[in-house]
Design a protein around this ligand. Structure first.
Ligand SMILES: Cc1ncc(COP(=O)(O)O)c(C=O)c1O
Ligand SMILES: N[C@@H](CCOP(=O)(O)O)C(=O)O
Length: 460
């Protein structure tokens, strides 16, 4: 399997090169040249597999020759041994809902599914090459701690994580800043997540710096992140369909950077029987506006009770755009350049109809989010986190849709308490965080400042 850039400016690379490259060197995002196809018999067989066995089947064709089956099995086993639920991503059915719980990993958010795997994958590839890696990532709250937990203490890696100061939940902040391993460097930037993501991309596009400092990516710009997330779409389908390929299912996905829902799109292109992808945003609605109008235009970032989705520039949108533009990299480059200049791009009415045939999009308000948490709790006793509640609310017109539960409600205690008067019992991994020692630098949201900080930290 070879990987190409959405902007067409690189020679095709292997899986391990794609993982180490992170952002493509032409500024685009990496994608496989083609998708392996899954037929009805395979779907039926996969529906009976454990999460781990399924992960090996789904990932194998994408990793190609780079990683042997034995190595892949070992990577998968190690990555999901850290999850507290034997099914890894169980499907539960409170009342008439279908909830895919993705928060049983070490940091209680769906990011662990991919970042436990990516941390172990980096370790394997770096051991082989004898190299070191300096990870640079941006977080709106969950990627940061999941990435830190994926690589903390690894000898060949230093990790620098930018989070927007004061714009993540107190627990999310503590999950990152209480990790005192010498290879972990937390930076609170005075800006938004979008500023952090812009800085990350700016520094990855500084090719001299990227090469000299061996930058690595943990955000969903890294293809391995998307790949690991494809697995649970197949897993959930197997649970509800029993393997009958004629049964199509809809998925509701709380969305910010378009990574998780793009993984669903990849599963669809591989042959998963998908009815609709329900794209749920909070007030920061660039993506739902796009689906409903064909115009992709940035706006101001508003703080919400689902802070991990407070994003107005969605990184993986470019990957979807590549397919929407019939895999024409020149067109993608033109549109992304226009986006860079004008903060806006628009697709034709035909393309908009194509988008609307697959995606249903809704922007869910703060009141609706709280109301959904309240209603689900009153009717079933089940506590939704605010991000998951956004997805459940958006799926109201789609009975039977699988709603992705992207975080444990205890990560957002204040919002949950405001909605239902009680907090959710925190899992052991979230207990005692507020009493622990912390370490974090506070810096301006400026690429030059972050570059200098990385250089001086690594020189010490
Ligand atoms: C809890 C939670 N839900 C949903 C999302 C949105 O996922 P994505 O950015 O992949 O669209 C995020 C982070 O982005 C998150 O942390
Ligand atoms: N919600 C994310 C934002 C970063 O997204 P990513 O999927 O590209 O890493 C977070 O929690 O940090």
């Amino acid at each position: 399997m070879r990987y190409v850039s959405t902007r067409g400016g690189i020679e095709p690379v292997s899986f391990s090169q794609a993982v180490m490259m992170g952002l493509a060197t032409d500024g685009g995002l990496l994608l496989p040249e083609s998708f392996p196809q899954v037929d009805a018999a395979t779907l039926q067989r996969w529906a009976k597999l454990s999460f781990q066995a399924l992960a090996v089947e789904v990932m194998q064709p994408f990793v190609g020759e780079d990683i042997s089956r034995e190595e892949l099995v070992a990577l998968v086993e190690k990555s999901y041994a850290s999850f507290s639920h034997p099914e890894v991503t169980p499907l539960v059915e409170p009342g008439n809902l279908r909830i895919l719980e993705l928060f049983h990993g070490p940091t209680a958010a769906f990011k662990d599914v991919a970042l436990q795997f990516l941390g172990n994958l980096f370790e394997l590839l770096l051991e082989r090459s004898g190299q070191r890696l300096n990870i640079l990532g941006a977080t709106s709250g969950d990627t940061g701690s999941a990435a830190i937990y994926g690589v903390r203490g690894q000898e060949r890696i230093d990790i620098f994580i930018l989070h927007p100061k004061g714009r993540v939940s107190p627990i999310q902040e503590r999950q990152m800043t209480t990790v005192l391993d010498a290879n972990v460097h937390n930076i609170a930037i005075t800006g938004t997540f979008d500023d952090g993501q812009r800085i990350v991309k700016e520094l990855f596009n500084d090719l001299d710096f990227k090469q000299e400092y061996k930058l690595g990516a943990v955000n969903s710009i890294n293809w391995a992140r998307i790949l690991a997330q494809v697995v649970y779409y197949f897993y959930a389908w197997g649970r509800v369909s029993g393997g009958d390929a004629s049964q199509k299912v809809s998925y509701s996905v709380p969305t910010g950077n378009f990574g998780d829902i793009f993984a669903g799109y990849v599963a669809l292109r591989m042959g998963l029987p998908v009815e609709r992808l329900i794209l749920a945003t909070n007030r920061n609605d660039i993506l739902s506006r796009f689906v409903n109008s064909g115009v992709y235009q940035t706006g101001e970032v508003h703080p919400t009770i689902s802070p991990s989705m407070d994003i107005q520039i969605s990184s993986n949108f470019e990957r979807y755009l590549y397919f929407l533009m019939d895999q024409n990299p020149a067109k993608v480059r033109e549109l992304m350049e226009q986006m860079g200049r004008e903060g806006k791009l628009e697709v034709s009415p035909e393309k908009r109809a194509e988008v609307a045939a697959l995606f249903h999009a809704a922007a869910v308000s703060e009141d609706e989010t709280r109301e959904q948490i309240r209603e689900t709790y009153a009717e079933t006793g089940y506590i939704l986190d605010p991000h998951t509640a956004v997805g459940v609310h958006a799926a109201r017109a789609f009975p039977g849709a699988i709603c992705l539960a992207t975080a444990h409600p205890a990560k957002f205690g204040a919002a949950v308490k405001e909605a239902i008067g009680v907090e959710s019992e925190p899992p052991p991994s979230l207990q005692g965080l507020m009493e622990k020692e912390t370490r974090c630098a506070v810096l301006a949201a400026d690429a030059g400042v972050i570059r200098d900080f990385m250089k001086s930290t690594l020189a010490d």
